[in-house]
Design a protein around this ligand. Structure first.
Ligand code: DGY
Length: 325
């Protein structure tokens, strides 16, 4: 394509140099922003003359943004989540949105399971205890946690990542599995995981020893887990959220943890990240990580490359590979 007629792409997030090189082979690339993340105002301003954009998944694309981006044809997330997209507004504006499914499934499931183990077995708390010089003697009751092997794993949201976590729990740790999902798994998958389907999320909360949230964030999922739902859980239970922050009412969770209403929680995502609800920071029975479940070098590269593949396919063949709009 002659340089002058090449589509203009805004890279709205930091990416590997090799990803920028790939983009530059096909597009006019605007990526000279030393201070990521871009503020919403800067993002809109830079998007005004662009045909497409590569996003981390946290830049909102809604009617107001679209009104100021008349040339925009595609927004490509390098994340599997796409709650940054206002889908009806994008459809109305004829803008395609894409996500990056599949390439991060196993890596994210590894982290989800690691967070479950760290939470149930108090691993970060134990390290802080040691580093603070509080370890004076071996005692039978130091930092007693909750068993993981042989217990009941509850999964809410049984898509690719949910199923990958289920495999780790059932096949690796001999756990029993109870799950809730919008649609039930097919009989063969259920049988392979010896999975018990729960018609409601409340059933999962009541019966599981460890609950992992892996469902997509939608307005209907906002504060799906609040004080009332946490009250259904066993006092020895743990709650792990690797989905999206808004799904859990962080303040209600902090209060339940403070009262030891449940044993512990592990959170990789937060309602207003990167800000963290202050009460959570004061607790020792919560493991907090900065939205890094998919963060390995090869997986983050694969996520970004899939976003590039989407942009290239869209502009060269007229069809994105993994559209969500
Ligand atoms: C995803 O892909 O949605 C991860 O949460 C990273 O944003």
């Amino acid at each position: 394509m002659p340089t002058s007629s090449r589509p203009r792409i805004l890279v709205a997030t930091s990416v590997f140099p090799s990803v920028l090189e790939r983009l530059r082979q096909h597009f006019e690339v605007d990526a000279e922003h030393p201070h990521y993340p871009l503020s919403p105002a800067t993002f809109r301003q830079l998007l005004a003359d662009k045909d497409g954009s590569l996003l981390s998944g946290s830049q909102a694309i809604h009617a107001e943004v679209l009104a100021q981006a008349p040339r925009l044809k595609i927004a490509a997330n390098m994340s599997v989540g796409f709650n940054n997209f206002d889908l009806p507004a994008m459809r109305a504006a004829g803008v395609v949105g894409t996500n990056a499914p599949g390439v991060l499934t196993e890596t994210t499931a590894d982290f989800g399971f690691a967070l479950l183990l760290a939470t149930a077995r108090r691993i970060t708390e134990a390290e802080h205890y040691l580093r603070a010089g509080r370890w004076k003697e071996w005692r039978y009751d130091t930092l007693l946690g909750q068993d993981v092997h042989g217990t009941t794993l509850g999964i809410i949201g049984m898509g690719r990542i949910g199923q990958a976590i289920a495999r780790r729990g059932v096949l690796g740790f001999g756990m029993k599995l109870i799950y809730h999902n919008r649609s039930r798994l097919d009989a063969a998958t259920e049988a392979g995981l010896q999975a018990q389907y729960a018609p409601t999320k409340e059933d999962v909360l009541r019966h599981a020893d460890h609950v992992v949230l892996v469902l997509p964030y939608t307005p209907a999922a906002h504060h799906l887990i609040g004080a009332e739902q946490i009250a259904l859980m066993k006092p020895t239970a743990t709650l792990v959220n690797i989905a999206r922050g808004g799904i859990v009412d962080d303040v209600a969770l902090a209060e339940a943890l403070r009262q030891r209403r449940i044993a512990a929680a592990g959170l990789d995502v937060f309602e207003n990240e990167p800000a963290i609800a202050a009460p959570l920071l004061e607790l020792d029975n919560v493991v907090l990580t900065p939205h890094v479940a998919s963060a390995t070098a090869s997986t983050r590269l694969a996520m970004a490359n899939l976003a590039v593949d989407n942009l290239v396919a869209f502009f060269t063949e007229g069809k994105a590979l993994t559209p969500v709009t």
